[in-house]
Ligand binder design. Structure first.
Ligand code: ADP
Ligand code: MG
Length: 355
């Protein structure tokens, strides 16, 4: 006799499916913000303003000056798998934009109160709407759910309030708002360094001081100076390498052998998306170990462009991880470049002390 009787299999309701998917994509406020930053950059914005309350848990607001959203699209904006960026599965092979699955806004609308105000160049006014569970909802009972005409400039403002309000276990897991705020500043800092031509500001609501502010016209070194300080900005070397064979181009700013800190700062972008990579971090640290005092670590900003055909951006719901072909060969080439650059600085110093 089996101990367990078979249980009937049932289809999960769409609402449950959507909440599960949302929880996988957005684990913490910083993940929602990353999606919103990428959307704003995809929209061609040159200025991004971010305002937060309670580390983004109470309020996460991002205003951009990008192309805006057509009023006609507002009804389906937050439905799952609605996107302006991807049509066929094959398009994933050449995707140039950050977003591609039309899941971000949908997910957020399932686990937070979401409102959108937006204006395109052609529109004579801005339009504002609220969303819940993927659909337009009335701001108050008895009111219309249809987008409402308001005054506003070109661009989009997304307001996310009370993240995880309906996922109490997740909400309770956040002990400290300042920890979430720190993660957010770290992420905004990464994009502020990387996104040439885009200005960034990030602050707590009601706080007159900026957490971070980078003007649109700042060059890369100045961006690094604003975000990471002069100590590192004064000790940077530029690197570039590429290989047709392995289908990649790398651009990088790295600290020289004079600079050494307790922990590695690795700002890694692959095809303009901030990602983590343990193999790259390990290889970079190993390379530096030969040049820095014991226990010393470098600063490395590395932007890798990899032929989209050789990359799979779709391995992880959060897109934090990407896989690409010939990873080892590419890492080797970059580390060789770092080594020879650090070596050059070394010999010039030896030379100077000898004379
Ligand atoms: P995806 O980015 O994968 O397409 P999202 O859910 O993040 O999916 O966004 C859905 C669509 O909403 C985008 O394809 C884009 O057309 C539009 N959109 C979102 N954010 C913005 C923005 N800040 N400015 C202009 N359009 C936006
Ligand atoms: Mg997106």
């Amino acid at each position: 006799e089996p101990i367990i009787a078979p249980r009937r299999i049932q289809q999960l309701s769409e609402d449950v499916v959507n909440k599960i998917a949302a929880g996988e994509i957005i684990v913490a406020p910083v993940h929602a913000l990353k999606e919103l930053i990428e959307n704003a950059v995809d929209a061609g914005s040159t200025a991004l303003e971010i305002v937060l309350k309670e580390g983004g848990l109470k309020l996460l607001q991002i205003s951009d000056n990008g192309c805006g959203i057509d009023k006609e699209d507002m009804a389906i904006l937050c439905e799952r798998f609605t996107t302006s960026k991807l049509k066929a599965f094959e398009d994933l092979q050449s995707i140039g934009t950050y977003g591609f699955r039309g899941e971000a806004l949908a997910s957020i609308s399932h686990i937070a109160h979401l409102s959108v105000a937006t204006r395109t160049k052609e529109s004579s006014c801005a339009w504002k709407a609220q969303y819940s569970d993927g659909k337009l909802v009335a701001p108050k009972p008895g009111q219309s759910a249809e987008p409402k005409a308001i005054a506003g400039r070109q661009g989009t403002q997304i307001t996310v309030e009370d993240l995880f309000y309906n996922v109490p276990t997740r909400r309770r897991a956040f002990r400290s708002a300042s920890e979430e705020y720190a993660k957010i500043l770290d992420l905004v800092g990464k994009y502020a360094v990387h996104c040439d031509g885009v200005g960034f500001s990030c602050k707590k609501h009601g706080d007159p001081t900026m957490g971070l502010s980078v003007p649109a016209n700042a060059g890369t070194i100045d961006r690094i100076r604003v975000v990471h300080g002069s100590a590192v900005a004064n000790e940077l070397v530029e690197l570039a390498c590429e290989s047709e064979r392995w289908g990649f181009k790398a651009k990088s700013w790295i600290s020289n052998a004079n600079y050494s800190v307790k922990r590695t700062s690795l700002l890694l972008f692959i095809n303009h998306r901030a990602v983590d990579s343990t193999p790259i971090k390990k290889a970079v640290e190993q390379t530096y170990a030969a040049f820095l005092p014991k226990g010393g670590h470098p600063f490395v900003y590395l932007s890798l462009d990899i032929d989209p055909k050789r990359i799979d951006v779709n391995v992880h719901p959060t897109k934090r991880e990407v896989r690409f072909l010939n990873e080892e060969e590419i890492i080797d080439m970059i580390c060789d470049e770092i080594r020879s650059s650090l070596g050059k600085v070394d010999t010039s110093r030896t030379f100077m002390t000898q004379t």
